[in-house]
Write a protein of this length. Structure first.
Length: 70
Protein backbone atom coordinates (compact mmCIF):
# COMPACT_ATOMS: atom_id res chain seq x y z
CA UNK A 1 0.00 0.00 0.00
CA UNK A 2 1.25 3.49 -0.85
CA UNK A 3 1.62 6.34 1.64
CA UNK A 4 -1.69 7.83 2.73
CA UNK A 5 -0.60 11.33 1.71
CA UNK A 6 2.05 13.40 -0.08
CA UNK A 7 2.76 17.13 0.19
CA UNK A 8 2.27 19.14 -3.02
CA UNK A 9 3.94 22.49 -3.77
CA UNK A 10 1.53 25.40 -4.32
CA UNK A 11 2.14 29.05 -5.28
CA UNK A 12 -0.13 30.31 -2.47
CA UNK A 13 1.48 28.45 0.46
CA UNK A 14 1.75 30.70 3.55
CA UNK A 15 -0.36 33.36 1.80
CA UNK A 16 -3.80 34.72 2.60
CA UNK A 17 -6.50 32.82 0.70
CA UNK A 18 -10.27 32.34 0.56
CA UNK A 19 -12.17 29.06 0.32
CA UNK A 20 -14.70 29.92 -2.39
CA UNK A 21 -17.02 27.11 -1.21
CA UNK A 22 -17.51 28.59 2.28
CA UNK A 23 -16.20 32.15 1.90
CA UNK A 24 -13.86 31.65 4.87
CA UNK A 25 -10.46 33.37 4.68
CA UNK A 26 -7.19 32.27 6.22
CA UNK A 27 -3.61 31.24 5.50
CA UNK A 28 -2.89 28.28 3.22
CA UNK A 29 -0.80 25.97 5.38
CA UNK A 30 -0.43 22.91 3.13
CA UNK A 31 -1.67 21.16 0.02
CA UNK A 32 -1.72 17.41 0.33
CA UNK A 33 -2.47 14.67 -2.17
CA UNK A 34 -4.40 12.44 0.19
CA UNK A 35 -6.05 9.04 0.01
CA UNK A 36 -9.59 9.96 1.06
CA UNK A 37 -11.10 6.51 0.65
CA UNK A 38 -13.05 4.96 3.48
CA UNK A 39 -13.56 1.68 1.60
CA UNK A 40 -10.00 0.45 1.16
CA UNK A 41 -10.04 1.17 -2.59
CA UNK A 42 -7.64 4.08 -3.07
CA UNK A 43 -9.19 7.41 -4.05
CA UNK A 44 -6.71 10.30 -4.15
CA UNK A 45 -7.62 13.99 -3.94
CA UNK A 46 -5.62 17.19 -3.51
CA UNK A 47 -6.80 18.93 -0.35
CA UNK A 48 -5.85 22.42 0.78
CA UNK A 49 -5.48 23.03 4.51
CA UNK A 50 -6.34 26.58 5.53
CA UNK A 51 -5.84 28.08 9.00
CA UNK A 52 -8.69 30.46 9.78
CA UNK A 53 -8.64 33.51 12.06
CA UNK A 54 -9.74 31.32 15.00
CA UNK A 55 -6.53 29.26 14.66
CA UNK A 56 -8.31 26.10 13.51
CA UNK A 57 -7.41 24.47 10.23
CA UNK A 58 -9.96 23.11 7.81
CA UNK A 59 -9.64 21.37 4.47
CA UNK A 60 -11.18 22.07 1.10
CA UNK A 61 -10.59 21.00 -2.47
CA UNK A 62 -7.50 22.73 -3.84
CA UNK A 63 -9.61 24.05 -6.71
CA UNK A 64 -11.65 26.08 -4.19
CA UNK A 65 -8.67 28.19 -3.10
CA UNK A 66 -8.19 31.74 -4.36
CA UNK A 67 -5.78 34.48 -3.33
CA UNK A 68 -7.09 37.33 -1.20
CA UNK A 69 -5.92 40.80 -2.23
CA UNK A 70 -4.34 42.95 0.47
Amino acid sequence: MAEAYAYVPHRLLRKRVRDIASGVEGVLMAVINENVSATGIEHWAELAYIRGANGREFSTAVGNVEAVGD
